[in-house]
Design a binder for this molecule. Structure first.
Ligand code: UDP
Length: 322
């Protein structure tokens, strides 16, 4: 049974919510985070908790990772280079962090037979046009000359490696392909659309819709995502498999901007920004991204609880307070 969990990237947006949830469930939680995109303030309120500990360091510090892995029954690997903006602007950092990070975590886990949950991403579906995406669908990525796809490819390598450790060493691994996740503590600094639009709406600044806004996404509340990760951790049947984790409520980005405007009562204008201006060269956007969540539902019974308006309200309340 899982009692002690190590969360890499635990000071990040999703990781900090996960740490809270696992502590509430009575587990011991250790966080390893180098605070590159995570923030200490996300976990500051947990530091006095008797079952909580943290180490501010990189997952590439083998000594620290080894010690933490030796004290854990499970590792939830969230540490990664995230955010389209960061990924496009810092391709070397992205590829190295994602591939070497997962490799280090799997090696350390195998040493102590800790269960591993690898957080992957819906990016691995690449340019797939046939929605909803199913875990066993074929994958079509863009060319290597377009930096965006480096992120997808690096996370695919993580998935391959994790499944290989399972196959070869019988290491219990689970892969969670996270679709767009939003909620309190997410920052818009790395490109994420919901906190950006809400901040712009609250400040009365133009809301920046990239392209024509017809591209769509499904946004899942972070507390639902965290419940899914917890469910995947505790269901033995999940081991060795890949799972989509996300909402299936699809919204076009222009409509998202309009909803946020209405919910905040903002008189911000909507400004259409051409992709070439929004991102560095080498960027391609995905038109639609919808998960098929049949698999996680049938294995764990999980389904999201928050609908889009409730999710947006939570983000609005949080950003207003800041
Ligand atoms: N987007 C936008 N304006 C922004 C930031 C993002 O229109 O200020 C769009 C972006 O082009 C994409 C969608 O919102 O189509 C979701 O972007 P995000 O970076 O949040 O996630 P991802 O692209 O990884 O789904």
């Amino acid at each position: 049974m899982t009692q002690r969990v190590l969360i890499t990237g635990g000071a990040g947006f999703i990781g900090s919510h996960l740490a809270e949830t696992l502590l509430d469930a009575g587990l011991q939680v250790a966080v390893l985070d180098d605070l590159s995109t995570g923030r200490f303030e996300n976990i500051a309120h947990l530091t006095g908790h008797p079952n909580f500990s943290f180490a501010i360091d990189s997952i590439t510090n083998a000594i620290v990772l080894d010690r933490l892995a030796s004290e854990s029954d499970a590792i939830i690997h969230l540490a990664a280079a995230v955010g389209v903006k960061l990924v496009v602007e810092q391709p070397v950092h992205t590829i190295e962090t994602n591939i070497m990070g997962a490799e280090a975590v799997l090696k350390a886990a195998a040493r102590y037979r800790a269960k591993v949950i690898i957080a992957s991403t819906s990016e691995v579906y690449g340019k797939g046009a046939h929605v909803p995406f199913r875990e066993d669908d074929d994958v079509v990525l863009g060319p290597t000359s377009r930096t965006r796809w480096a992120y997808a490819a690096s996370k695919m390598v993580d998935e391959f490696l994790a499944l290989a450790y399972h196959q070869k060493y019988d290491l219990p691994v689970v892969i969670a392909r996270l679709f767009n996740t939003v909620g309190p503590r997410q920052t818009g600094r790395y490109g994420m659309v919901v906190p950006r639009f809400v901040r712009q709406a609250l400040a009365g600044e133009p809301i920046t819709v990239y392209g024509d806004g017809s591209q769509s996404r499904c946004f899942c509340d972070v507390s639902d995502t965290v419940r899914a990760l917890k469910a995947l951790l505790s269901h033995e049947e999940a081991v060795g498999k890949v799972f989509n984790v996300g909402s299936t409520e699809e919204v076009a980005i222009l409509e998202l901007a309009q909803r946020i405007k209405a919910l905040t009562g903002s008189d911000s204008s909507i400004r259409f920004v051409p992709y070439a201006e929004a991102y560095a060269p080498g960027f391609e956007d995905m038109q639609r991204r919808v998960p098929d969540t049949t698999r996680i539902q049938s294995v764990t019974g999980w389904r999201p609880r928050y609908d889009l308006d409730a999710i947006l309200q939570r983000v609005i309340v949080w950003l207003k307070r800041r």
